[in-house]
Write a protein that binds this ligand. Structure first.
Ligand code: NDP
Length: 323
């Protein structure tokens, strides 16, 4: 099979297309012939070395396709089932991938494989952030950064479905227009405008009770200054680089703030949590409350180009590799 491997960390050029023997599923695993592979920002952290990997390594956490073999002890799936997955073992950038059956979910009728690969990891992230990490209440203003991106688009739509007043940020006018179309009430061009000043203006000076920040270093100060008294800073990504250390005294001085740095794995830690989160995503898609934009697809062989596009902010919505 063809797969992407890396022997060293670095820029997109470290990604190599190689031929490998077809894998077989280990105990508890299913072998998936992938129809589509989800590209996620975390893949760039693994590739760059921000999140350490043992090298040489494959890359990628997410995909969807057909089960073509089942390992010993698997009762959750059978050959021919359509499944999607959004966690390790890392190595989804491949034609075939052996995944733990307990970490895969069935794709419901009516959801195609590409949509599943574009929606699962990013959708479950939106689900745990908005419903469980810091649940959003109807009528409250929330700040969502990088709203035209993969996770961002889903969060905007889901937060609106929950009744929130969505204040979104985006990197350019075209992305801002897309975010407005998805229902955002206010869009701040964070490259040009002062985020905290805009948030204060929109909220009549109060600030937002919760801000979801996946951009990291570049937005950290603006996010902090946008929060209302006892507001919650949900820091969940590093697209512009990791945010700085948080000094507890600053949280006190800026209004008894809360700071959390969650990761999806801890919110879908059990198979029951995984199934519930995935079901919530698929049901919002089925109801039409959330549409998944596959903004760009690349052949598997063009993984370098996919990473280049993601890291230079040229993507909107979800990005797929097609084997
Ligand atoms: P996106 O599609 O959102 O791509 C990242 C976006 O971030 C860009 O399109 C860009 O939008 C914005 N951005 C702002 N500054 C920069 C910069 N300096 N370099 C690159 N991008 C920048 O990616 P994903 O949907 O895959 O992921 C979104 C974020 O969520 C990532 O930070 C990711 O790590 C995080 N995440 C966290 C999870 C968790 O469990 N904690 C799970 C899943 C994702 P614009 O041009 O509009 O500024």
């Amino acid at each position: 099979m063809r797969a992407i491997r890396l022997a060293a960390t670095g820029g997109p050029e470290v990604l190599e297309l190689v031929d490998l023997p077809d894998p077989s599923p280990g105990p508890g695993q299913v072998l998936v012939r992938q129809a589509a592979i989800g590209v996620n920002y975390i893949d760039t952290y693994h590739r760059s070395g921000l999140y350490p990997l043992r090298l040489p390594s494959g890359l990628g956490m997410e995909g969807a396709g057909e089960v073509v073999a089942v390992g010993e002890g698997v009762s959750r799936f059978s050959t021919g089932d359509r499944v999607a997955f959004a966690s390790g073992p890392i190595g989804a950038y491949a034609e075939l991938h052996a995944v733990d059956a307990a970490r895969a979910v069935a794709i419901p009728e009516g959801v195609d494989d590409r949509t599943a690969a574009a929606a699962l990891l990013k959708g479950m992230t939106a689900e745990f952030l908005l419903l469980r990490c810091r649940p959003v209440a109807a009528g409250e203003p929330v700040l969502i950064h990088a709203a035209a991106g993969g996770v961002g688009q889903i969060m905007v739509q889901w937060a609106k479905a929950l009744g929130a007043v969505v204040i979104a940020t985006a990197g350019n006018a075209a992305k801002a227009a897309r975010v407005r179309d998805l229902g955002a009430d206010h869009v701040i061009l964070y490259g040009e405008q002062d985020v905290a000043a805009e948030v204060r203006r929109i909220t009549g000076g109060a600030g937002v009770p919760v801000a979801y920040d996946s951009v990291g270093a570049a937005t950290f100060e603006g996010t902090l200054a946008s929060l209302s008294r006892r507001g919650v800073f949900v820091s969940f990504g590093n697209a512009s680089g990791p945010p700085p250390a948080v000094e507890p005294g600053r949280l006190m001085r800026m209004g008894s703030l809360f700071f959390t740095r969650p990761t999806l794995g801890d919110y879908v830690a059990t198979t029951e949590e995984l199934d519930a989160s995935a079901a919530a995503v698929f049901s919002r898609i089925a109801s039409g409350q959330i549409t998944i934009e596959i903004g760009q697809t690349f052949p598997l062989s063009q993984a370098r180009a996919a990473h280049g596009a993601l890291e230079t902010r040229q993507t909107v919505g979800s990005t797929l590799l097609i084997p």
